[in-house]
Design a protein around this ligand. Structure first.
Ligand SMILES: [Zn+2]
Length: 149
């Protein structure tokens, strides 16, 4: 049976992917032994496919790495800005409660109880406590970040 180069070249992708029948394989190999052009075609095919795949994989890896870095930085920033917000609001709250207490004041009721409207003092302490905790967390986070680079 006389097989043209065109037929062989049609079969080369299947041969390359190893999904052709044993008969086709034998046929192609027999032809490749005698035909330099088709041999070159197969080599070209091989290098193109392999090169293309490798390049794509590298690009995908780079993309994944970049996305991972961005999301990590974003998560870190989110944490930092969350703590900054909590610290800031807590300081404001503490100051506000202290100021409100000073403005509103407290008085001793006739029965000797200290009457203090809206619980400003405990509120001021609560806010101050939160501010200290989140401020410390923020400082630790910043230090970790500095050392990690
Ligand atoms: Zn040929």
């Amino acid at each position: 049976m006389n097989i043209t180069c065109d037929v062989i070249r049609d079969l080369l992708p299947l041969y390359h992917d190893d999904i052709c029948s044993a008969d086709s394989r034998t046929l192609i190999e027999t032809h490749l032994d005698t035909c330099e052009d088709c041999k070159k075609e197969l080599e070209k095919y091989n290098s193109e496919i392999v090169g293309g795949l490798n390049m794509n994989q590298t690009v995908h890896l780079d993309d994944a790495k970049q996305i991972e870095n961005i999301s990590r930085a974003w998560k870190r920033d989110k944490k930092v800005s969350f703590l900054q917000g909590v610290t800031f609001i807590s300081i404001l709250g503490s100051l506000g409660a202290t100021l409100a207490y000073n403005a509103h004041g407290s008085y001793v009721a006739p029965d000797g109880r200290l009457v203090e409207a809206f619980g400003f003092i405990p509120l001021a302490f609560l806010f101050a406590f939160i501010a200290i905790i989140s401020g410390l967390s923020l400082a630790v986070l910043m230090l970790i970040r500095k050392f990690k680079g």
